[in-house]
Design a protein around this ligand. Structure first.
Ligand SMILES: [Zn+2]
Length: 428
């Protein structure tokens, strides 16, 4: 990547601008333009125990920048991937709608790419085998590549072969030597977590079989910005992608996007399809051209497009707090549902503690009995809702609202109502 020769490297080039001394993780240009500054926030996976209530809790800046040169939206790294993934508490299989999404994906991939017993499918950040299990059931050889040992063990125990390692150029070469090259290489909701983006995408280029296909899913920046999804910005998500930016990153590593789908998952995701640039057997389809043009027309290759998001975020916060203050002053009981990463950003940025939410619930036993980071809201098992009979249940993982409103439909028995905070507060 080239950048303008006049760019000063100090990052201190504007009166009143925060001193920033870090560079774009793709093109290395200095970062100096703010997308949104969400203040100080603790790491989203550090649910705390009662004993830890008496200790100091580390908070880090949660400040998203957009690169002036390549328009990659990104955070500075305050956490290592080892910290994020070492004992990752998120088990994909706890979400039934996500497992169903994976099943439909596997059916699509098997039929579209003609996969069979002689094919090889590999998944990066394969978690507990929630997705590869569907290929195993179809007798297609798989390998999961998962950095969290405790999570990989769950996959192995249910018959999904997995190797415990971080992905990059070096591990890609080792995997190719030990296991061969995949015809389908996929990674869902992992690209955002990658600190060294060039090492990661370069590794995929090296690992993929000559005629192979890469698919990846990640939240779409266009939807994040259009729908005020600022709570999906958290320390563990280093990068936020528009299609034009991700296409440019892959192209830099010799990979060509030949198709793209827009999915409803995680508030609006992209599923990209890439292949080796040399592989002309898979022509670039119309959806690639259409989305690229739509993003360019919407201004994603111009800094102006990124200004104004801060004001949108502040407004979303004021509306949510307005609702909560009104509910509490009317004597209503409000609890949360879920303790996801996005809830951490939302609660900390908005300053929502037990003054508004008595507790929240989560199906993940790793989180139960602990408290939300920074805001110290108790996390209880879902059954606590039936006992407390709250007037309002604030759904923190709003991307799963259809699943949650079904699972906890019983709150209607006492007149309870669900509330979603994003894109703006709404009582369902
Ligand atoms: Zn850049």
């Amino acid at each position: 990547m080239t950048r303008s020769a006049s760019s000063p490297d100090s990052g201190v080039d504007r009166p009143g601008a925060a001193v920033t001394r870090f560079n774009c993780r793709f093109c290395a240009a200095p970062l100096r333009t703010t997308l949104v500054d969400l203040g100080m926030s603790p790491l989203c996976q550090t649910h705390i125990t009662h004993e830890q209530l008496h200790e100091m809790e580390p908070f880090y800046p949660l400040h998203a920048y957009v690169c002036d040169q390549c328009f990659l939206v990104q955070l500075q790294e305050f956490v290592t991937p080892q910290h994020i993934f070492g004992e990752y508490a998120y088990f994909s299989s706890y979400s039934t709608s996500w497992v169903e999404h994976a099943r439909r994906y596997s059916e699509m991939a098997i039929s579209r790419f003609g996969l069979g017993p002689n094919s090889k499918v590999m998944e990066i950040a394969s978690n507990d085998g929630y997705l590869l299990q569907h290929f195993v059931a179809a007798k297609i050889p798989v390998l999961g590549i998962e950095p969290a040992a405790n999570v990989a063990k769950v996959a192995i125990d249910k018959g999904v072969p997995s190797t415990v390692r971080f992905f990059g150029c070096e591990s890609a070469d080792a995997i190719a030597r030990e296991h061969g090259r995949p015809d389908l290489l996929l990674g869902n909701n992992v690209l955002a977590h990658v600190p060294d983006l060039n090492d990661f995408v370069g590794g995929m280029k090296r690992l993929l079989a000559p005629g192979g296909v890469i698919t990846m899913e990640f939240p779409h920046l266009m939807r994040l910005m259009a729908e005020n999804q600022f709570d999906t910005i958290y320390h563990e998500h280093f990068s936020y992608f528009s299609f034009v930016t991700v296409e440019r990153i892959f192209a830099h590593h010799g990979l060509t996007m030949f198709d793209v789908e827009e999915l409803p998952t995680h508030g609006g995701s992209l599923r990209i399809f890439a292949r080796h640039a040399e592989n002309a057997d898979l022509p670039v389809g119309p959806r690639v051209v259409e989305l690229r043009q739509r993003e360019i027309a919407d201004g994603f290759l111009s800094l102006d497009r990124y200004q104004g998001f801060t004001e949108q975020v502040k407004d979303t916060k004021r509306k949510l707090l307005g609702f909560l203050i009104d509910a509490k002053s009317r004597g209503k009981k409000v609890v949360g549902y879920g303790a996801p990463g996005k809830g951490n950003t939302l609660l900390n940025y908005c300053g929502i503690r037990t003054d508004f939410l008595d507790f929240t619930v989560d199906a993940n036993p790793y989180k139960q009995g602990k408290m939300t980071p920074g805001t110290h809201i108790p996390i209880l098992p879902p059954a606590a809702i039936r006992e407390a009979r709250p007037d309002y249940v604030l759904i923190l993982p709003w991307n799963l609202k259809d699943e949650i409103t079904k699972t906890a439909a019983y709150i209607a028995e006492w007149g309870g109502r669900f509330v979603v905070p994003i894109p703006e507060v709404r009582v369902l």
